[in-house]
Design a protein around this ligand. Sequence first.
Ligand code: CMC
Length: 502
Amino acid sequence: MESTKKDRHMSADFLDEEKLMQATEAQSLGHFIKRFTINPKNKRKNSGESGMYISKEVVEKRNKKLAPKAPESKEKCKLILPDGTEVELSILEGTLGPKMLDIRDLYAKTGMFTFDPGYTASGSCVSAITYIDGGKGQLLYRGYKIEDLAANCTFIETCFLLLYGELPTASDLADFEERVKDEMLVHEKLKDFFKGFNPKAHPMAIMCSVIGALSSFYHEDLDIEDPKQRERVAIQMIAKFPTLAAFSFRTSMGLPMVYPRRDLSYTENFLHMMFSDPMDQEAVVEPVMTEALDKILLLHADHEQNASTSTVRIAGSSKANPFACISAGIASLWGPAHGGANQACIEMLQEIGEATNIPKYIEKAKDKKDPFRIMGFGHRVYKNFDPRATVMAKMCKKVVETMDSKNQEMLSIALELERIALEDDYFISRKLYPNVDFYSGIVLQELSIPTNMFTVIFALARTIGWVCQWKEMMSEDTVKIGRPRQLYVGEKCREFVAMNER
Ligand code: CMC
């Protein structure tokens, strides 16, 4: 007799571990579990067939719309070589920002490459996600000002905007949040990885590994050429990151791991998984903590072609597994000149200790023989102010006041350090202003997030940016593998010297 669909799912055969693994990979773990339960309070359809599980055609149409196109050149310029030869180069103009010299055919025309260590003047891609005007102190996500988004949106709403190019309607957002929740559980086998780490391991070391390890669960059946699968990867990435980040924290503390809950928002879920008290099920997180963390996530969601994003793009350009590419991005973010600045900033404020020590540290920062720098100060792109820092400074004051905090002292030192630095000619002439991390560290400290988890929070926020940039690159007609050139200054070709002659 033919078994019903329900029978098949409940049969012992189906619960065989290998088959269960296949089943749960084909559809999200959350969705799989949801099929066996009914929650009378949940008015949304429990079938998983609602708007979010959209057809391949819709995804392909969206993908086409979001694929960035390099503009046609309308202007040319001439380059005169030392021998007097004139070479014509095209000039490209985007919708915003400085024009760019198109040097793609420079080598063919001149036999020369360009030299630009740190890519301070080179465009590496076309993109329609984020725009920064460093001079104006402007940051736009899909054309919307960061200040407006920070004042009116949640982080998950911002994820939708970055991923799909438009702000969601209420129903789009509800579907999207549900879809993210469906992906928040991680395979139980992944939890075993956490047993293998040194108990003192830095959580960023753990995150590089476990996010990379997701590629061992999602590889064989993953077709990165399929836009629908790429969209799913994007959702899996942002959904599983908070779960794994909280697991890494709970492991380092020796606390039991906590699972996500369907009734909580994205940010509440992360705080719940981080801080839930196994002995007090009724304890809830202070709303101002959720607000502050949500703001931090939103402000860090994307930031053009920075070091970690470029790393993700370069790794992805070889068509590598996207989870492995994000792991590469996490590694790049880890350093104190990038995502590690918030941790470094708190450590610096602790080292300064009291306001009377500030002048001594300002002198150290100015002394070229001293490696000390004011952490959370300066930016490669922002040269007037960092708009994220303005929002973060306000949030920082609100949190410290609401929580009646012991961090009041640290905030006073930060404010005084900022005041003195901004009156000092060294900082003025080099256009060095506080960046977002100058204040985000204090907020995170206020949220009881341990210092070594700060960069993990940054990575949690930036995952949406990384995955959108990867997705955008993959949607182009041809993906060019990243392969910079070098100015070689080593030995010229020489004769090999045999061992007995050296
Ligand atoms: N303290 C003291 N001097 C500084 C600082 C600082 N924080 N930042 C830059 N300078 C000086 C630097 O010594 C140099 O001086 P000079 O021209 O005399 O040699 C000049 O300012 C230009 O600095 P740079 O290192 O050439 O600038 P950059 O664009 O390569 O580096 C930066 C930008 C963010 C790496 C750097 O400002 C820095 O190390 N800041 C502290 C770390 C930090 O806060 N990083 C977080 C960045 S924001 C988060 C993110 O978006 O990733």
